[in-house]
Design a binder for this molecule. Structure first.
Ligand code: A3P
Length: 320
């Protein structure tokens, strides 16, 4: 039987950190409008290739998010949970998450396909674990209309997500102001925007098909990480057994995946990108809390974005 996902990168080989050309301010962010969604222009060939060529496999689990919603955390938790038979989370110095960045354990589909590395996906043992930032509406039906393929979505208060995004892109281009990022988000043109459509696509899918789409919230995970890890484990068909509960496996996984633990791992301190991107591993771990938006937005800005999001989500049952 399957023992769970394996890292798709075996070593912490670094790529040089170089600025991503064109990531400047909006309309300045080099995003383009593709099938109703704003995506990084460099990834469009990869997206087209996913839509044409993605070969699903029974048991596939796709982690979906808007960037800066807690993707890294979800990757770590899902990986540690699904791989726990092969890689016990406690007292295991050889655990992949102590050697590799979470993004080296779970491939980012758009980038793999854009780089022509989709063959790597075929070599992964089942069940495979992979990630995407695409809107639900533009994923291939081999994922969205497939009872054997599950999706786990993570979302976050858009205000905190934007603050996190700004801190991240500033590392790429120091000229980007918070207000540029903010205006793009309000206009719907930020990366993975419109934010509300991204949220609603997965929200509605989770309502229509809760057995294939799990909808998680970053703030809920902060409040109750163990409860959310149990939810995730049940969802992927690997619930924690009474013996595992007794042994404290859930808390071991939560601790292993905590931001403080991951920050302390050597590979995650690095100033160079090892996850096949030009983003340095330490960029993915900043504060990891809720409410940092208050340090970057005026009350008026917060009210404005909240009002837009509330209006767009109205009637859906989803709110922030
Ligand atoms: P902040 O910038 O607000 O601190 P993503 O993984 O989607 O790129 O999102 C990055 C955000 O998640 C950052 O938020 C980062 O600090 C936070 N994060 C990363 N690892 C985390 C973890 N293990 N637990 C909680 N938050 C984490």
């Amino acid at each position: 039987g399957a023992i769970g996902p394996e890292p798709f990168m075996k070593s912490a080989e670094a790529v040089p950190v170089i600025p991503v050309v064109g990531l400047t301010t909006d309309p300045k962010l080099w995003v383009c409008f593709y099938q109703g969604t704003w995506v990084l222009a460099t990834l469009v060939p990869g997206i087209v290739s996913i839509q044409r060529n993605f070969a699903p496999r029974r048991g596939d689990v796709v982690l979906a998010s808007i960037p800066k919603s807690g993707t890294t955390w979800l990757k770590a938790l899902a990986f540690a949970t699904m791989a726990r038979a092969a890689h016990p989370p406690a007292d295991n110095p050889g655990h992949p998450l102590l050697r590799l960045n979470p993004h080296q354990c779970v491939p980012y589909m758009e980038r793999m396909f854009a780089a022509g590395d989709e063959a790597v996906m075929d070599t992964l043992p089942s069940p495979r674990l992979m990630s995407t930032h695409l809107h639900h509406s533009i994923l291939p039906t081999s994922i969205t209309n497939n009872p054997d393929c599950k999706i786990i979505y993570i979302c976050r208060d858009p205000k905190d997500m934007l603050v996190s995004f700004w801190h991240f892109v500033r590392r790429v281009n120091a000229d980007i102001s918070f207000s540029d990022v903010f205006e793009a988000a309000c206009n719907g043109t930020s990366v993975s925007g419109p934010i509300w459509d991204h949220l609603l696509g997965y929200w509605n899918a989770s309502k229509a098909s809760p057995e294939t789409v799990l909808f998680l919230r970053y703030e809920e995970m902060l409040r109750d990480p163990a409860g959310n890890a149990r939810k995730l484990a049940r969802f992927v068909g690997q619930p924690f057994s009474p013996a595992e509960e007794e042994a404290g496996v859930v808390d071991q996984i939560v601790r292993l995946c905590s931001i403080d633990k991951l920050k302390s791992v050597e590979v995650n301190k690095g100033g160079s990108g090892t996850a096949g991107t030009h983003f340095a591993n330490d960029w993915y771990f900043r504060k990891g809390g809720a409410g940092d938006w208050a340090n970057h937005m005026t009350p008026d800005m917060a009210r404005r974005l909240d009002a837009i999001v509330e209006e767009k989500l109205s009637g859906s049952g989803l709110s922030f």
